[in-house]
Design a protein around this ligand. Structure first.
Ligand SMILES: [Zn+2]
Length: 377
């Protein structure tokens, strides 16, 4: 019987509160007699999961009382959350077109949310753009527009709206704008326009000075331009600032080093990763074991034994690498710090919780657990 989800239950309580408010306000009026019966009947349907009946009754109540806009808003959001977006749209459109001045913006905003959840993004965009001129809803409208453009991977539009946000917010979210510009730079690179990519990366750095993603892209540009040494410097710089990018950076670094034999890279990689101070010797060893191809693993024991990470022979290094790769292939090489999503591929922005910079190699966590287990035993 009581299988209502918590959200629906919470909305039911809101409706209880609103109805109590209106009943109290109308105490003594003729309609007082009619409203309680309807109301209790509606509530009975609601808590017994007969949602359609409840919705009909509340809709009738809201219609009978032209001032009961709050009930209509509660009902509209109830419909939206139930997935009955058409009905939510009908309610909010009516409130927007016929409501009093103060209610129109509120109804327009609710309507934009309806359109968004119905996947009618162009309509949501239009309503939100209009609302960005309203004083009360400007900020919320801009935030929603940014999230729509982010979801559509329309980075140019997301950036344009970002620049309309208050300066303090722009400063606080500088890293996000830098990512938009890096996305645009990647696109320019795909189009073969290195010059435009360089300009975009320069702009990205004005939002966020230390930006490993921009270093990596600049390294790609240098590599393409036949400047492997410059690329190597950039890659190593990014690695030093963000050891969590090791799995993305190390293969590129090894590729360059293989062509340019003048340079013993492994100790340098270890030194850079260690220098960041944010990884333990075991995390470092396991990161290297995961990132390196089989032919390079044999060189691993030298460096990890030196770090005291417990990998002492070439055979040990090879089997550690095979084991970590197998676990990673089965469960995902990366994990989101924020929502825990496991993923085989790398994302700058988690596809589930949409957080930027929240993915990390899962191997970092596994090594942490191993360190902990060894300390405890
Ligand atoms: Zn996430």
């Amino acid at each position: 019987m009581f299988e209502l989800p918590p959200l629906l239950l919470a909305l039911a309580f809101i409706l209880v509160g609103l109805a109590a408010y209106f009943l109290g306000r109308r105490n003594g009026a003729l309609r007082t007699v009619r409203l309680p019966r309807d109301y209790y009947e509606g509530l009975d349907h609601l808590i017994n999961d007969r949602f359609d009946h409840a919705a009909e009754i509340f809709a009738r109540m809201a219609e009978a009382d032209g001032d009961a806009a709050e009930i209509q808003f509660a009902l509209g959001s109830l419909f939206r959350r139930r997935g009955e977006v058409d009905r939510a749209i009908a309610i909010h459109s009516r409130l927007r077109d016929h409501g009093s001045g103060g209610l129109r913006d509120k109804a327009a905003f609710a309507l934009a949310l309806d359109y968004q959840s119905a996947g009618l993004m162009d309509r949501a965009e239009r309503v939100l753009e209009e609302l960005s001129a309203s004083r009360e809803y400007r900020r919320a409208a801009l935030d929603h527009l940014v999230s729509i453009y982010e979801a559509q991977a329309d980075w140019a539009k997301a950036l344009k709206v970002f620049h309309e946000l208050p300066p303090a917010v722009q400063l606080e979210r500088g890293r996000v704008a830098a990512h938009y510009l890096c996305e645009l730079a990647e696109h320019a690179l795909v189009q073969g326009d290195s010059e435009r990519a360089r300009t975009l990366l320069r702009q990205a750095r004005t939002h966020q000075e230390s930006l490993p993603r921009a270093d990596m892209l600049a390294a790609r540009i240098s590599e393409k331009a036949g400047e492997p040494k410059a690329a190597l410097v950039l890659y190593l710089h990014a690695l030093e600032n963000s050891p969590e990018l090791a799995l993305e950076i190390i293969p590129a670094v090894l590729r360059i080093a293989r062509e340019d034999r003048s340079f013993d890279l492994l100790p340098e990689l270890g030194r850079r990763l260690q220098h960041s101070g944010s990884v333990t010797p075991r995390q470092l060893a396991w990161l290297l074991a995961t990132a390196m191809p089989a032919q390079d693993i044999a060189q691993l024991p030298g460096i990890t034994a030196q770090l005291g990470a417990g990998v002492e022979t070439a055979a040990e290094a090879t089997s550690l690498s095979a084991l970590l790769t197998r676990i990673g292939d089965a469960g995902g090489r990366y994990q989101c710090d924020d929502c825990g999503l496991n993923s085989v591929g790398w994302y700058w922005r988690c596809p589930k919780c949409r957080c930027w910079d929240s993915m990390r190699p899962a191997v970092i966590k596994w090594a942490e657990r191993a360190d902990h287990a060894i300390r405890v035993s």
